[in-house]
Design a protein around this ligand. Structure first.
Ligand SMILES: [Zn+2]
Length: 511
């Protein structure tokens, strides 16, 4: 049964085979095998890697955890993070990465910023571990499925730090200032006062008794009614305690004022300010005005809050502040301004300081002893000086022609800081003066009143012996914002803390 090799080729009578077909099949198999090996090698090991960027030994109600998970070229397939302990387990994260094509998801690495809540996970207090399981789309990964790639031993603790208010300002008014002393457990890493979404960091260490904390705070001019301050304390695991403080707050109405913007101001001052602050000048004069009155104003306020993060751990002054000598009060604190141009309304803002008028180029003096936090250009405030008086209390001197001090310098009450002027968003020579608590404006008038200071602030500070040898070096009482704050995550997404601890207030004015 001999057949010509050439004839039967392709015939159904005979299975394919023979040396020619064999060679082809062999090549095919070899190619497939090489391809498989290549695919297996290309896709990765099937075990993604994990890197811990931020973790804590104690897991509570809001504990930050940041992880980076790396996979081979085929990409991540699934990531699962669980808290396991005390016979219970709860899922903290469960993510699937679908295949984008035949080769996998292509997600080579992914960073996760998690806020762990042991309470929600249902894991009881005591020993536990955070377990990370992951898989990738490589050939080996498809075969193997999710595997444990990381295990972190932790302790679960969901008890909030003990916290009790001790003494607080007896009464206050909207837009004014107040102070509270509270007792807080040593495991608290941050504490202070909260009013709605606003936070005023407090600090321990100012009193001889290390369990006592103190926070100066504002009764914000624009907070919803009623204003109800609460003290808060947070431990490293994010467990939070809160307690209301008994502080009656008198409501107030703030003045309204109409301002007609002049053509000269529109065509000379506004373009000059935009250029000075590196901003594009819109062709439309009203839009250009709004770029300054809204955008530059907001930027200036953010800058003020950033400058006001650091403060001395105690008051650097004694007694009341002084109003600038020989000045008349013009615009008052929290005056609502309605701007118009050519008779048409164009904007509304709130004036968050007090305007003090005197003669041109009048010497501007420190209203109390303090340390210079800022001396230089400050957006709508023009040439400005910011003094720190301790515990977050600051004063701002704006629109100066020139400054006579430098950052870091300690100045006595009455020391010359510079000369008045009209730099920044100012229509004429005057001093825009503001009092702030951690960069949030308060009514300056209270601080000029010796009786108010003796009755409402001094008794709380005198309620317990001060800490001996407490320096006056400025520091940030709230250096690490809570796990839930944006912008400072372990994954490093974003940079500037855009009002992480203080929400942007609405309308503000400097003129
Ligand atoms: Zn002003």
């Amino acid at each position: 049964m001999k057949r010509d090799r050439g004839i039967g080729l392709g015939s159904s009578a005979r299975p394919s085979g023979g040396p020619g077909a064999g060679r082809l099949l062999g090549t095919l198999v070899a190619a497939l095998a090489a391809g498989l090996v290549g695919w297996v090698a290309w896709g990765g090991s099937g075990r993604p890697g994990a890197e811990v960027l931020q973790s804590a030994a104690i897991v509570g109600r809001a504990t930050p955890l940041s992880l980076r998970i790396d996979a081979g070229r085929a990409g991540l397939r699934s990531v699962d993070v669980r808290l396991e302990g005390g016979g219970a387990a709860g899922t903290l994260l469960s993510r699937e990465f679908p295949a984008e094509g035949p080769l996998g998801s292509g997600v080579r690495d992914e960073c996760f910023d998690l806020v762990l809540d042991a309470g929600a996970a249902g894991v009881p207090e005591g020993e536990a571990r955070i377990v990370v399981r992951a898989s990738d789309w490589s050939a080996l990964g498809r075969l193997r499925g999710p595997s444990e790639i990381l295990s972190i031993p932790v302790t679960v603790d969901v008890a909030p730090p003990a916290l009790t208010p001790v003494t607080v300002t007896s009464m206050g008014q909207r837009g004014g200032s107040a102070i509270v002393v509270y007792r807080v457990a040593p495991d608290a890493v941050r504490s202070g006062v909260e009013i709605g979404s606003r936070r005023f960091p407090g600090r321990t260490g100012a009193f001889a008794d290390p369990a006592l904390g103190v926070a100066l705070f504002s009764l914000p001019w624009d907070a919803p009614t009623p204003i109800q301050p609460q003290v808060f304390a947070e431990d490293a695991a994010g467990n939070r305690a809160r307690a209301a403080v008994a502080l009656p707050v008198k409501e107030r109405r703030f003045p309204e004022e109409k301002i007609e913007v002049t053509t000269t101001f529109m065509t000379v001052k506004i373009p000059e300010l935009l250029e000075r602050n590196g901003m594009k000048a819109p062709a439309d004069p009203v839009e250009a005005y709004l770029a300054v009155n809204r955008d530059l104003r907001r930027r200036s306020e953010e800058r003020l809050r950033e400058i006001g993060r650091v403060s001395a751990p105690r008051f650097l002054f004694e007694g009341a502040f002084v109003q600038q000598p020989d000045t008349a009060v013009g615009s008052r604190f929290a005056e609502r301004r309605h701007y118009s141009f050519g008779g048409k309304p164009i904007d509304e803002q709130t004036h968050l300081g007090t305007d003090l008028a005197s003669v041109k180029l009048a010497p501007v003096v420190a209203s109390a002893r303090g340390r210079v936090l800022w001396a230089g250009d400050l957006g709508i405030y023009g040439n400005a000086v910011v003094l720190d008086h301790g515990l977050g209390l600051e004063t701002l001197y704006a629109h100066l022609t020139d400054t006579a001090v430098a950052a870091g310098q300690v100045v006595e009450k009455g020391a010359t800081l510079g000369r008045s002027g009209q730099t920044g968003l100012a229509g004429g020579d005057h001093l825009h003066y503001s009092t702030m608590i951690h960069g949030q404006h308060v009514d300056p008038v209270e601080w000029w009143d010796g009786k108010w200071f003796r009755d409402r602030i001094a008794p709380q500070l005198a309620s317990a012996p001060a800490a001996p040898n407490l320096g006056d070096e400025p520091s940030d009482p709230d250096p690490a914002p809570a796990a839930t704050s944006g912008g400072r995550s372990g994954c490093g997404r974003g940079t500037a803390p855009d009002g992480a601890t203080a929400p942007a207030a609405t309308g503000r004015a400097a003129r």
